[in-house]
Design a protein around this ligand. Structure first.
Ligand code: TNX
Length: 533
């Protein structure tokens, strides 16, 4: 009986859901302003796209990419058509903010104006406004004026613990683009695997990219991983990584590569043990946690890291390079003669300051090459490097401290932004997940601007990011299940002004409509609970 009533509850929930989705005109993330007009525009095979201005052609191609995924045909791109058009205008002369756009729909046509990123986002909003019935595609008359609240709207994917292939990365980028997320933080290295081809160090991909263990077990097991001899891993060639950079750029997304140092480096040491603190041998780790391995802070390590970063910078043109810096077992340096000598020579107080000295040196190298260093909040310990940006993950405190010191900050607190945590209070009803309980509303209601900061200090909060760690995530299906719909909630945290957010409206109107877009992209998402939708 209980089962039956649950089924009925689910059914009525999803029917209410479908009905609302038909009626409501919604865009996720919620725009700054929406004004409804009279009438509607019909998109047919005779509708053409007019691309005006530099780069508008590229955005037109993106229109067709997303449109074709959903409706199975493309529209002609021509500059001669004057009626029945969708005009993408990057040369309107209206000066709009970065990534801002204006979208106007009336019975005669559609116009989207802004700079390239803005028009691309106007196209994404339009995709969510197209209404399909009786094989006819219509868009109700509307004027949308929109711009982002935060410049940095990110998603981190850990491919170190489990490897995800290029088609899956592209799929994630498609969904990110549809949600107006603009930073893909690619966590490429960890104790459990190194994922990027580096020409100077071939053992990084012949040895460091592979391990001999897979997931078994589940809740209640102390460690559900064993070395069972099953080889797992993989890596991206430099050409594939470049392909992702371009694919992302076409979707207004900058890729931020992360190369972990000085901890989370066991996979490297398995191939190049001479760089490590211990005597080795090291193996690519097949279980999780903080491992007691660390780079020596000496010249061979700096040579290795600078060589690696040189190849990384040649692949990733974005300004930001993430160097990790989290969970470093600094006490290991207490046992190291090399480390202790450096502490003396450089008049450092302790191992914290030695880590700062290490990061500082890497920062100088990156800055010299025109790049900016990002690190996890542990890089505050022992003193921040002069120009570093801090990613605050152990709550907000690191971000607050960094902003007070005049440093830029990205908020990714594990209390609100860790989408590796479970989506139900009773974790055992959910697929195996690390950490605590992170429901949709806790993601949605996050405000990245701490009240304890002055408005000048708040300007250092560049934005927000969700982190997808993959210790327990081995398949594409599970990856998508963990990400969605929580990443849709993240998108609204990053894009929509706090005073315009409304969780009830998000779950009852916006999300039901948006889920159709995810279906069009073939994404597996967790169906929100009946009381949520
Ligand atoms: C802490 S967040 C880590 C990761 C783990 C994660 C699991 C961070 C910078 N370090 O190595 O995957 O917890 O939630």
């Amino acid at each position: 009986k209980k089962a039956l009533s649950i089924i009925l509850l689910l059914l009525s929930g999803s029917m209410a859901f479908a009905q609302q989705a038909e009626d409501a005109i919604t865009i996720v993330p919620k725009p700054v302003s929406v004004e409804k007009g009279a009438g509607e525009f019909i998109i047919s095979k005779r509708t053409s796209i007019v691309a005006k201005g530099a780069d508008a052609q590229k955005v037109a191609a993106m229109f067709n990419y997303f449109f074709n995924k959903r409706y199975g045909f493309v529209l002609p791109i021509t500059n001669s058509a004057t009626t029945n058009t969708i005009v993408l205008n990057t040369a309107s002369g209206i000066k709009l903010a970065d990534e801002a756009y204006e979208l106007k729909v009336n019975a005669r046509g559609i116009t989207i104006s802004g700079e390239r990123g803005g028009v691309f986002y106007g196209v994404q909003s339009l995709m969510q406004l197209i209404h399909e019935n009786d094989k006819q595609l219509s868009v109700a008359a509307i004027t949308v004026k929109d711009q982002p609240n935060f410049a940095y709207r990110g998603l981190m994917l850990d491919v170190g613990r489990h490897f995800f292939d290029i088609p899956e990365i592209k799929k994630i980028l498609d969904v990110m683009a549809s949600l107006k997320l603009n930073r893909f933080h690619w966590h490429l290295t960890d104790d459990q695997g190194w994922r990027l081809e580096i020409k100077k160090y071939p053992k990084l991909t012949s040895i460091s990219a592979w391990r001999d263990s897979t997931i078994i077990g589940g809740y209640g097991d102390f460690n559900p991983f064993i070395y069972d001899g099953k080889r797992s891993g993989g890596f991206y060639t430099q050409d594939q990584a470049r392909e992702i950079v371009k694919y992302a750029a076409d979707r207004n997304i900058v890729v931020i590569p992360e190369i972990e140092m000085p901890g989370h480096s066991t996979a490297v040491l398995a191939a190049y043990p001479e760089l490590g603190n211990g005597t080795g041998p090291y193996t690519v780790k097949g279980y999780w946690g903080v491992h007691y391995t660390i780079y020596n802070p000496d010249e061979p390590t700096f040579k290795f890291l600078e060589d690696v970063l040189t190849e990384v910078m040649a692949i990733f043109p974005g300004k930001d390079i993430h160097i990790g810096g989290d969970e470093v077992p600094k006490d290991e340096w207490k046992k190291s003669a090399i480390a202790q000598k450096l502490i003396q020579e450089n008049h450092l107080k302790n191992e914290d300051e030695l880590q700062s000295w290490f990061i500082n040196r890497i920062e100088k190298f990156l800055n010299k090459n025109g790049r900016n260093l990002i690190g996890w909040d542990e890089i505050l310990e022992g003193g921040l490097s002069p120009n570093a940006t801090v990613m605050s993950w152990r709550g907000e405190q690191g971000g607050i401290d960094a902003a007070k010191q005049g440093h830029n900050v990205i908020m990714t607190p594990n209390s609100n932004m860790y989408v590796d945590h479970a989506q139900a209070k009773d974790k055992t009803t959910e697929p195996l997940a690390i950490g605590g309980f992170l429901p949709l509303d806790v993601v949605y209601n996050y405000n990245p601007l701490p009240a304890s900061l002055t408005s000048d200090q708040q300007k250092h909060i560049l934005g927000v990011q969700a982190n997808m760690w993959t210790e327990y995530v081995a398949t594409n299906n599970k990856l998508e299940y963990m990400l969605f719909p929580r990443v849709a909630a993240l998108a609204e945290v990053g894009w929509t002004k706090a005073e315009n957010k409304d969780y009830k409206n998000f779950t009852q109107n916006e999300l039901p409509g948006y889920l159709k877009n995810m279906e069009a992209l073939g994404v597996n998402y967790r169906i929100p609970e009946a009381d949520v939708v």
